[in-house]
Ligand binder design. Structure first.
Ligand code: PEP
Ligand code: MG
Length: 878
């Protein structure tokens, strides 16, 4: 039997998400529930994949099937596609498996042409509506299908409004809209060189192709990368009978959430516009009314809508985000999906749903996107400073958080300045999906137009970026890169602040303070995560301050302390440079003697901060080029301290030069050459542990000494011998009976390949996946950023392998190393401390291959706790 690519809404259900996409599956589910859904069919995601396989063509079989489903739809709707008497008009909308709000394209009112528009104008007695539909269709089709660009049409609308002396689109008459439609067609012809298509079938295939094509547009590709959505999924296309919200004052369209997506409050929240079509609400062109107003304007419809909202939330057992249209007092549901929400809302909703008996604890954990927790952990304004600051304006609190930065007016500027490490606030009339990358780099987003569900608001909330939207008081002067608010001009580069929780705008920088994670909901979700996770979550902390921060976020130990990072401060780096630039063992030992007390005191503080949890300290692993002095002043200071001439120091520096420092004299290679470094570090670690153990006899202090960059068991054995001799002597002398472990990082493919050998010496493994990724791919972690974008563009890699673990290659090495290592030493523990230790999908992989812990930077500890719980719920460990 030939493969089926089309499904009527009555043929599907919510479980068919992979095939029908989220929107199609939920339209089918709502149809099955007997809710008022304009009927239609879904062209499956497999048709999209086939379209790409066929060289971006819809093959004749699929075309025929689509037309067959159009005729099925005609029977259901009692109208005919392309008919002059009783025409069926449709919307064509994308719908991927995972929701990608605003990322792909939509076309409404398809099926219209000069003849049909006149028929519906006559028959309805509402020519204004008919011509409004037609001009919208020409506009959307030209933009989405033919890529003419919205701005030409918007300019024509603005010109018409100016001529007619009106400010709103709804004030334009039927004749104005007819003139506009004709102007649009002329514009189309001048840009494309052909007449605007009249044949509905041609329009339909043009639109379906455009949706398939939009799966591969730059903003969709960017969104997918940010959200780990595979390219191979494709998008479905929904062809649905139009319901018209632009029929006059008894019609309208809107969006609503069953709970507040910013705070989680259990209260219907939404916005709608009278006499409007879909795009108007989300595009933020007109500022909509709150949903409560509908109660006054159309009480019966409101009541019906409220009932449907409850039904949907109870059915899906999650907060719903819905789109609806009212066509002459008849309510139609156009979409429902689990709504995007802020982290604060997510944890409140999850806890409330447990308490309401709607979901289990496990469901609650699975419902929260770990990455969004980030927003909860980030700074808020300092309360005292905020009190003193006077707002210069106020608008909608679209996405919470506090942001201070320099004004930029374009997404490109936000990206450019953001990349330089500058904090910027992106100020826009309204945002569109093209702005997404700029929004990502901005600390905060301020828009002149748009409501709580505008593109800016929805996207910012998803990203956890602070956003204040709809500040109509701003007079924008984009050309000169400035705006006026409250009588004052603000230019590019001026510093402003935004409070995404109140909607206040401040004309100054306001200091921020650390986030408060003590809300009952956060604590409860973290406790639940710990209840269900199998992996331990440790932290990468180099300083006592980092360690304390991580402990407050629930870290169960330190998985990596990069000891070279303890020497960044000016008073410490001098001693470190003396050590690097020593000529003789005596000189080096003298420098090491200065370093040892600093290290010992830091280590004591680390043990204290973690309160008896395991602490792994890694031996020095400095790429030497990062530490040698470069300025004349520093070189002179070092010469003086070393009793050498400036020329001698310069010669030593020249001798230290390496062509590829990342593959150079670092890691355990340093201790093979200079065993005295291993001696000093062991001594500092062991003495610190003995001291802390004395203070806290009940703590189980077992220092874990970690040797980096091992590739050969003999080099590990060489360094370990130094460690053991030094440690045992100190422990013997102290009579403390201290236990310790010596392990290694697995960062070099050879170490993974020979892990059974390495495990003879190593008591634990910790995967340094930053280096392991670098060495496995054979590209430098410092330089890969320059060429990786071409790999994403050409779909060779879908994500950055330094951020998201390459499971097929690097992961395979890890899996092999765990198996080989445990064969030799079944009791050994294994963890990960590369950047991937804080990435949700990589954590799931680590769980699956049986690691004991993941270790990540302090702010990612809560994300890792939740991800670890999700991993164990999905794949329970026996
Ligand atoms: C690693 O390589 O993954 C690692 C944690 O070590 P570093 O980043 O310090 O090289
Ligand atoms: Mg490394």
């Amino acid at each position: 039997m030939a493969k089926k690519y089309c499904y009527l809404f009555s043929e599907g259900n919510a479980k068919m998400r992979e095939l029908l996409g989220g929107k199609g599956a939920n339209l089918a589910e709502m149809t099955g529930m007997g809710l008022p859904v304009p009927q239609g069919f879904t062209i499956s995601t497999e048709a999209c994949t086939q379209y790409y396989e066929d060289g971006r063509q819809i093959n004749p079989d699929i075309q025929a099937e689509i037309m067959e489903y159009i005729s099925k739809m005609e029977n259901i709707c009692g109208k005919k596609f392309g008919d002059n008497e009783n025409p069926l008009l449709v919307s064509v909308r994308s719908g991927a498996r995972a929701s990608m709000p605003g990322m792909m394209d939509t076309i409404l009112n398809l099926g219209l042409n000069e003849k049909v528009v006149n028929v519906i104008a006559d028959k309805s007695g509402n020519p204004r509506w008919a011509w409004d539909c037609y001009r919208r269709f020409i506009q959307m089709y030209s933009d989405v299908v033919m890529e003419v660009g919205k701005k030409y049409f918007e300019q024509l609308i603005d010109k018409m409004k100016e001529e007619k002396g009106v400010t709103q689109d709804v004030e334009l008459t039927a004749d104005d809209l007819k003139t506009l439609a004709n102007q649009f067609k002329a514009e189309y012809k001048s840009k494309i060189g052909e007449e605007f298509p009249d044949d509905p079938k041609e329009q339909l295939f043009g639109a379906v192709k455009a949706v398939f094509r939009s799966w591969d547009n730059p903003r969709a590709n960017y969104y997918r990368m940010q959200n780990d959505i595979p390219y191979s999924w494709g998008t479905a296309v929904n062809v649905q009978m139009m319901a018209f919200g632009n029929m006059g004052d008894t019609s309208g369209t809107g969006v609503a959430f069953t709970r507040n997506p910013a705070t989680g409050e259990k209260k219907l929240m939404g916005e709608f516009l009278m006499n409007a079509q879909g795009e108007d609400v989300v595009a933020g062109v007109r500022t909509p009314m709150p949903i409560d107003k509908m109660k006054e304007i159309m009480p019966e419809v409101y009541e019906q809508f409220q009932k449907i909202c409850n039904t949907l939330e109870n059915h899906y057992r999650d907060m719903q985000d819905m789109e609806f249209t009212i066509e002459d007092k008849h309510l139609y549901m156009l979409q429902t999906r689990n709504g995007k929400r802020t982290a604060a809302a997510a944890i409140k909703i999850a806890c409330d749903l447990i308490d309401e008996g709607m979901i289990s604890e496990k469901d609650a954990i699975m419902q929260i996107d770990p990455k969004t927790l980030d927003a909860l952990l980030h700074p808020q304004f300092d309360a005292a400073a905020l009190k003193k600051a006077k707002p210069i304006g106020n608008a909608l609190p679209a996405s919470p958080g506090a942001a201070t930065g320099e004004i930029v007016f374009t997404a490109e500027d936000a990206v450019a300045e953001g990349k330089k490490g500058k904090k910027v606030i992106l100020v826009r009339l309204e945002t569109s999906p093209e702005d997404i990358e700029g929004m990502h780099y901005a600390q905060g987003i301020l828009t002149v137009r748009g409501g709580m569900t505008s593109h800016a608001a929805v996207v910012a909330r998803g990203m956890g970026t602070c956003c204040v939207s709809g500040c109509g008081a701003i007079k924008m002067d984009e050309e000169n890169k400035q705006f006026t608010l409250n009588g004052k001009v603000y230019k590019e580069g001026d510093v402003i602040s935004l409070d995404g929780s109140t909607g206040n705008i401040y004309g100054e920088g306001i200091p921020t303070v650390a986030a408060d994670t003590s809300s009952g909901y956060f604590g409860r979700i973290m406790e639940l995560s710990d209840k269900y996770k199998a992996l331990a979550v440790r932290t990468n902390a180099d300083t006592p301050a980092d360690a304390k921060q991580a402990a407050s976020f629930g870290a169960q130990g330190i998985g990596l302390c990069r000891t070279e990072h303890m020497f960044f401060e000016p008073d410490r780096i001098a001693a470190f440079r003396e050590m690097i630039c020593s000529d003789t063992v005596e000189e080096r030992e003298a420098a090491l003697a200065k370093i040892e007390p600093m290290q010992q005191s830091d280590f004591e503080k680390l043990y204290e901060a973690l309160g008896g949890y395991p602490v792994t300290i890694r031996f020095l692993d400095p790429p030497l080029h990062e530490f040698v002095p470069t300025t004349e002043e520093d070189i002179a200071a070092l010469a003086k301290a070393q009793n050498k001439t400036v020329a001698q120091i310069k010669q030593i520096i020249a001798d230290l030069h390496e062509f590829n420092p990342m593959m150079g004299h670092r890691g355990c290679r340093l201790t093979v050459t200079y065993p005295e470094i291993a001696k000093m570090q062991t001594s500092a670690i062991i003495k610190a542990a003995i001291n802390v153990k004395k203070k806290h006899p009940d703590w189980n202090i077992v220092p874990e000494i970690m040797i980096p960059l091992t590739g050969e068991v003999k080099e590990l054995a060489f360094v370990k011998k130094v460690v053991v001799a030094t440690a045992d002597e100190l422990i013997e002398k102290s009579k403390s009976g201290l236990k310790y472990e010596v392990g290694t990082m697995i960062e070099i493919p050879r170490a993974a390949l020979t892990a059974d050998e390495i495990a003879k010496e190593a008591e634990f493994f910790c995967f340094g996946t930053n280096d392991l990724t670098q060495m496995t791919f054979g590209f430098s972690r410092d330089d890969a950023g320059k060429f990786l974008p071409s790999y994403y563009e050409n779909k060779i890699y879908e994500s950055d392998p330094f951020a998201r673990l390459d499971q097929a290659g690097v992961g395979k090495l890890m899996d092999m190393a765990v198996t080989l290592g445990k064969k030799t030493r079944p009791t050994m523990h294994c963890g990960i401390c590369g950047e991937h230790g804080g990435d949700p999908s990589s954590i799931e992989f680590c769980h699956k291959i049986g690691l004991d812990y993941v270790s990540c930077s302090p702010y990612r500890v809560p994300i890792a706790r939740l991800s670890a719980a999700q991993a164990n719920i999905k794949n329970p460990r026996k």
